[in-house]
Design a protein around this ligand. Structure first.
Ligand code: HEC
Ligand code: HEC
Ligand code: HEC
Length: 333
């Protein structure tokens, strides 16, 4: 018995010494050119598959993904954030990206073997030790679903054309591939002041206002251009579409809430309406898009957005029905 224990202890010590040697002496070859040892790729890939299966949200949690504006928003993000590694449909990634280990699969191949709920998990979380990044902002399921909507449109071979940015593209053109083009969840900027827009761009940059889509956008253009871009978009008409006009009943309900509030909800117009001196505390909401307002109010209510404590408090007790009615009221035409 004693001999068995001693042998086991000796083997354990040997194993540990081996492991220390591999780490300390650099015996493991980290070269990407050498690739993985036979069998290791299989083990890693099988672990990856099973890990996603275990953790993906259930199929019931998948929202409607065939909305054209949602797909267009996802496509706009994909064009700068994902194309460098996965390429555009029908087009390969660069030779350098193809030399990654593991190699990022070409987009059609990347989406081929997954359901929408699994794609959601992958895009939100990324894949450790592969170079596949997670979503750069927390709590933004709504944005991840937009990208998934695009990926599903690629699966169905109904994806819209991507607006790829080239070295010669101007930042204005890049921003305008969503603002003025997409509608839905993408806000109108022409209602707002340049100062407000610039403050938001800085808030996206610092992460104070968490949005993976806008964080990608503001880090894709030189920081010193942001002020100029804010001025440009404050002055450029945006006539892209939005959700259909709401029923008059919903608008009336929203108006009452916005003007009078309730015991739990303060009157929105106290801050968002114009005061006698022509100023207001919060940004203009009149004429803003329904799709955008619904998403934003949900984020404020749920505390994903908390960068303005008064606004967070104002939204805290809103029900989904209140949010729908308020968005319908402010977006009325
Ligand atoms: C820096 C390169 C890189 C970027 C940027 C990147 N990916 Fe990936 N992605 C990878 C790599 C590498 C894998 C392969 C992981 C594996 O197979 O082990 C991967 C895997 C995937 C997969 C799973 C495919 C499969 O079966 O392996 C999907 C889906 C995916 N990426 C979507 C996206 C989307 C959407 C974006 C943009 C939001 C994105 N990726 C950005 C490198 C990247
Ligand atoms: C892929 C689409 C896309 C691109 C490209 C894009 N945006 Fe946005 N933008 C959005 C979405 C979606 C939001 C709402 C984000 C949120 O939830 O806060 C937004 C929000 C904003 C806001 C805040 C508006 C408000 O009412 O609070 C500003 C300002 C803005 N974008 C300016 C820009 C500028 C400038 C660029 C170019 C550098 C740009 N955007 C590029 C989609 C985009
Ligand atoms: C106490 C003042 C106050 C009240 C009350 C208030 N808000 Fe706000 N709201 C703000 C401020 C300030 C901001 C801008 C925060 C920032 O950018 O720093 C804001 C931002 C917003 C935004 C984001 C707009 C955009 O373009 O990014 C929406 C949507 C909004 N409020 C809707 C509402 C609604 C609906 C109500 C009523 C339920 C309401 N607010 C009540 C002060 C208020």
């Amino acid at each position: 018995m004693r001999a068995v224990l001693l042998t086991m202890a000796a083997l354990a010590a040997l194993g540990l010494t081996g492991a220390v040697a591999v780490v300390a002496l650099g015996l493991y070859n980290v070269s990407a050119v050498a690739g993985h040892l036979p069998g290791v790729s299989w083990v890693l890939h099988t672990t990856f598959r099973n890990s996603v299966w275990l953790r993906a949200p259930s199929e019931e949690e998948v929202p409607e993904l065939d909305d054209a504006e949602l797909i267009a928003l996802g496509a706009g993000h994909y064009a700068t954030a994902c194309v460098p590694c996965h390429g555009a449909p029908g087009q390969e990634a660069s030779a350098t990206m193809q030399a990654m280990v593991p190699e990022p699969p070409q987009i059609e191949e990347a989406v081929a073997h997954w359901e929408a709920n699994e794609l959601f998990w992958i895009v939100e979380n990324g894949i450790k030790m592969t170079g596949m990044p997670g979503w750069p902002a927390e709590g933004r399921d709504d944005e991840v679903w937009a990208v998934v909507a695009y990926l599903v449109s690629v699966q169905g071979e109904v994806a819209p054309e991507l607006e790829l940015q080239t070295g010669g593209s101007e930042p204005e053109e890049y921003c305008a591939s969503c603002h003025g083009e997409v509608g839905g969840q993408v806000p109108r900027l022409d209602l707002l002041s340049a100062e407000y827009l610039e403050a938001q761009l800085q808030a996206y940059r610092s992460g104070k206002r968490p949005s993976g889509i806008m964080a990608q956008a503001v880090t894709s253009v030189p920081e010193e251009r942001l002020s100029e871009l804010a001025t440009h978009f404050a002055e450029t008409a945006d006539e892209a579409g939005d959700a259909p006009v709401a029923s008059a009943e919903l608008v009336v309900k929203g108006e009452a809430l916005a003007r009078e509030g309730t015991r739990d909800v303060p009157t929105c117009l106290a801050c968002h309406g114009e005061r006698e001196d022509g100023r207001r505390k919060g940004p203009v909401l009149d004429g803003q898009r329904r799709g955008f307002l619904e998403v934003q109010l949900t984020l404020w209510r749920d505390g994903v957005y908390a960068y303005d404590p008064l606004m967070h408090a104002a939204a805290r007790d809103l029900s989904n029905e209140d949010i729908e009615a308020l968005a319908a009221y402010f977006a009325r035409r």
